[in-house]
Structures are given as C-alpha cells and as structure tokens.
Design a protein around this ligand. Structure first.
Ligand code: BES
Ligand code: MN
Ligand code: ZN
Length: 485
C-alpha cells in the first residue's frame, strides 16, 4: 500500500473517505450523505462505516464516512486504528484502487493521523504468496491512499511506517510454514532485511554453540536435521545511552514436542512457535528503520524440536551454558531450555542494563488469559510497570503474574540442579521460574508469555485471521517511552 500526502483533493477522485468523531457529522457534507447517515443510524462510533454515492462536478463519486469515536481519551489511538481498519475491510478488494482520505478541517493531530493510517496499513497486510488460484474478485485492488489536508503528519507517519514494517516482518515470519522458515532460513530472511542498515548482526552456528557449552539449546535441536542457530542484532542509537536493553526471543521454528510428542490435532499451529523471535526481530527492524535513540540488542534462539533417532529423551540431563544441570522431564517444555542458554549468553556478551524475553512458552497462558493479554512476569517492579504502560499505549496488552520462591521450589530436581517442568498447576508461572534461574543477580528482567497473542483465529481491528505481529509495537512503545525520553 502506497501512502501519499497532498494539499488538495485530487481531481477525479473516485472514492473519498471522511473520518467522523462521535456525534459530529460535518455540516459541509452533502445533505444526501447527512440524511443517509442519520437514516443508517451512523453516529461516529469507532469503526462504524457508512458508504454512499454523491454527484460532484457532474460525476458520481463513492463516499465513505468512518467513525473515529470520542475525542481525547486513553483509547483514542486504538479507535483511530479501528477506523482505518474498517475502511480497508470495506475497500481492499472492492475494485477501487485509490482511497482518498480527506482530513481537511478534521482537526486530527499528527499522531492521530498516524494512528488512522497505521490501521489502514496493518489491516491491509496479507500473505498471498502460496495462493495460486485466487479469484480476481478476491484479490486486493486497493493499492494507494492519498491523505489530503494533513501534511503536518508526514513525519509522524514516517516513524509509524517503520513500526509497520517491523510488524509486517514479524507476521511474514510467523505465517511462513516450517518447511520454509527453519533456523538457517530464518537467519537468511532476516539478515536480508537488515542489509544496508547500521545494525550489527552476529550468528552463532552449532560448532560455536558447542564451544560455548549451550547444552540446553543444542539438546532441543538434536532431534532435527535442521541445524540450530542464535542470531543477535545490535542497534546502538545512543552513544551516551550506556548498556543496551536486551530483547530475547524464543524461535522454535516447529515444535512437535519431540519424544514427548504432541497430539496430532492442531499441531500445524506449532509453526508459529517462533513468534517471540519474530516479535524481537520485527521490533529491531522498526527501531533501526526509525533510527531510535536507544541502545538495544535483540537475541533469538532458533531451533526445530523434532523426534528423530538422535532426539533427547525424557529424563536426559543436559548442562546449560551457565553450568546448571537440567533434568529434561518433558521434551515438549523446550522453549525454556532454548531461552536459558540464549539469556545467559546475552548477559555475558552484552552486559545489558535490563532484559526482556518474548516466548510462546505455555499453553497454560492461553487458558489463563485467552487472546486479550500476554502474560508478564518480572523481577523488577519498575520494568514491569513500564511494560504494562507500553502495552496499554500500543494496544499489545500485558497482564502481570506473580513469581515467588514457593513456585520456584516446584522445579527442583532429585537428580540435577533443576527440572524443566513442574506440576500441571501454575504451569506458566513455573515456566517463568525456570527462566529466572538463568537471570544474573542484579539484572532487571521481564518475561512475556505471548502464546495466546501471536496467532488469531478470527480477524481483529488491525489484522486479518492469522499472524498478528504482537509484540513489535509493544517493544517499540517501551523503547520510545522509557529509553528515548
Ligand atoms: N510451544 C508450546 C506452548 C504453546 C502451546 C504455545 C500451545 C501455543 C499454543 C510449548 O513449547 C509447550 O509445549 N509447552 C508445554 C509445557 C508443558 C510440557 C509443561 C505446554 O504448554 O503444554
Ligand atoms: Mn513444546
Ligand atoms: Zn514450544
């Protein structure tokens, strides 16, 4: 989708949309539209849409009124995004190729305009690469948006489009099947997107990981013919900014469960078990593209969890990079094994000021929170508050859960330092406790269990069914509000 800003209405525009605040139908509109809106009970609630036709300069024009809700409240950005999304739902495959958004006299601020356009761009994203038989009428036709009367918003939009690019990269990686995106191809695909930027990329292969002693991560990957990888992406946007913030991502490119094999039904979902790493690399792309004034390093652990003859067995004991031994009770609790080594390596390599990990870690998280919030766990209240606030502001919402020594005790092992699963109860919390054992003393750390957020079974305001890109905007907002200000 191409976005252009223009000071006047292009002559011959065939489709023009007007954002309408709740209860504030502009009186400059043709009476037929005003009456049509009233008759259609259109009030301007966020996302409400009414489509009509008018005659202008002797030609019939298609016109849309889209509700943007109440002005000046906390959910404002979300309302505007919803409005942008509603326009796309209506017109993406309508046959129209260009949408003119007439914002003249709308009074929308630059961030408001950026939110509206963000809704348009994100809701329009789809991945048709593997559809060879799409009927013409099902193909997107809308390719451009001309924004009239909002030239002051160009800079805000250029920042927002960097974030959109990050969300789109995350969605792409999550959507691709596991025969296409596996550890090595993930690294290739992502590296290509950072080519020509000032980000520094580091890749660890299996020989290097063996050398480093990453027995926990390598144990997960050993039942797969695909080689494991670690990818680090470093962005130093603030020379005076001190130690970086480390973002860690779980990148299990497919999770069969390993020898503790998952049931067959629904197993295809486990192609998106790399959603945490997609969020991290997507966010890094956003930060790099908008040249964030912050020091951030993204580190993702990439493995495929398969059950071949060389796979690790339940009961195996592996040694992690920080020297702790782990009894692998269940080979399906693999994400925490991958994160343990990646988190330790990131701390040793980058001495981060704080560390936040993103992982589709437990099915129990979906039972607890459904698909509305990601679960947040933290050893530091300030970091937790900052992340919760970024969640509210960005729409990628989080909800905090507890950590405590009583939960931690549940993963003591009779034979090793720790076991990789506790009892069924509090499964998301014991998973977080496991990770905490790999956080060095004094490092503020937060864990986001995003198992319920990466993939949507139904369309939302800013996404279709499928990959959501959850986490990218959360991270971008967190960096903006706590590292850049
Ligand atoms: N990737 C899964 C968690 C998951 C399940 C995410 C369903 C999204 C949807 C993770 O590796 C896993 O298998 N966790 C186990 C942990 C258990 C063995 C303690 C789970 O949640 O069942
Ligand atoms: Mn698993
Ligand atoms: Zn998993």
């Amino acid at each position: 989708m191409q976005f252009h800003f223009s000071s006047d209405l292009p002559s011959g525009a065939r489709l023009v949309a007007y954002p309408v605040p709740q209860g504030k139908l502009p009186d400059t509109l043709e009476p037929v539209l005003r009456e049509g809106a009233a008759a259609g009970r259109f009030t301007g609630k966020a996302g409400e849409l009414i489509a009509g036709f008018v005659e202008r300069d002797g030609a019939v024009r298609q016109v849309a009124l889209v509700g943007i809700g109440e002005l000046g409240h906390e959910g404002r950005a979300a309302d505007l995004e919803k409005a942008g999304g509603a326009l796309v739902t209506k017109y993406l495959t309508s046959g129209q190729t260009e949408l003119v958004l007439d914002l003249t006299g709308s009074g929308l601020s630059a961030p408001d305009v950026a939110s509206l356009l963000m809704g348009v761009r994100l809701r329009a994203w789809r991945y048709d690469k593997y559809r060879t038989k799409l009927k013409d009428e099902a193909k997107p036709t809308l390719t451009g948006v001309t924004v009239v009367g909002a030239s002051g918003a160009e800079e805000a939009w250029s920042r927002a489009s960097a974030v959109a690019e990050g969300v789109e990269l995350a969605r792409e990686l999550v959507t691709e099947p596991a025969n296409v995106i596996y550890p090595e191809s993930f690294v290739e695909r992502v590296s290509a997107r950072f080519a020509g930027t000032e980000a520094e990329l580091v890749v660890l292969d299996e020989a290097q990981m063996t050398e480093l002693g990453m027995g926990a991560l390598l144990g997960v990957g050993q039942g797969s013919v695909r080689e494991s990888r670690v990818l680090a992406i470093r962005w130093n946007g603030n020379p005076q900014g001190g130690a970086p913030t480390a973002l860690i991502g779980k990148g299990v490119t497919f999770d069969t469960g390993g020898i503790s094999l998952k049931p067959g039904a629904g197993m295809e979902d486990m192609k998106w078990d790399m959603g945490g790493s997609a969020a991290v690399v997507g966010a890094m792309l956003a930060l790099v593209k908008r040249r964030a004034k912050a020091n951030v390093v993204g580190v993702v652990g990439l493995v495929e969890n398969m059950p071949d003859g060389n796979a690790q067995r339940p009961g195996d004991v592996v040694t992690s990079m920080n020297g702790q031994t782990i009894e692998v009770i269940n080979t399906d609790a693999e994400g925490r094994l991958v994160l343990a080594d990646v988190m330790h390596w990131a701390q040793q390599e980058f001495s981060p000021a704080r560390m936040v990990d993103f992982a589709t870690l437990t099915g129990a998280m979906i039972i607890a929170l459904g698909h509305e919030h990601g679960g947040l766990f933290a050893n530091d209240d300030k970091l937790a508050e900052d992340l919760l606030a970024a969640g509210r502001a960005s729409g990628d919402k989080l909800w905090r859960f507890p950590l405590s020594p009583a939960y931690d005790k549940l993963i003591d092992s009779p034979i090793a330092d720790i076991k990789n699963v506790g009892p069924r109860q509090a499964g998301s919390i014991t998973a977080a406790q496991f990770l905490q054992r790999f956080v060095s003393e004094g490092t503020p750390w937060a864990h986001c269990d995003i198992a319920g957020m990466v993939w949507a079974d139904k369309p939302g305001a800013t996404h279709d069914k499928g990959a959501t890109g959850y986490g990218v905007r959360l991270i971008d907002q967190f960096v903006r509000d706590t590292l850049e200000s």
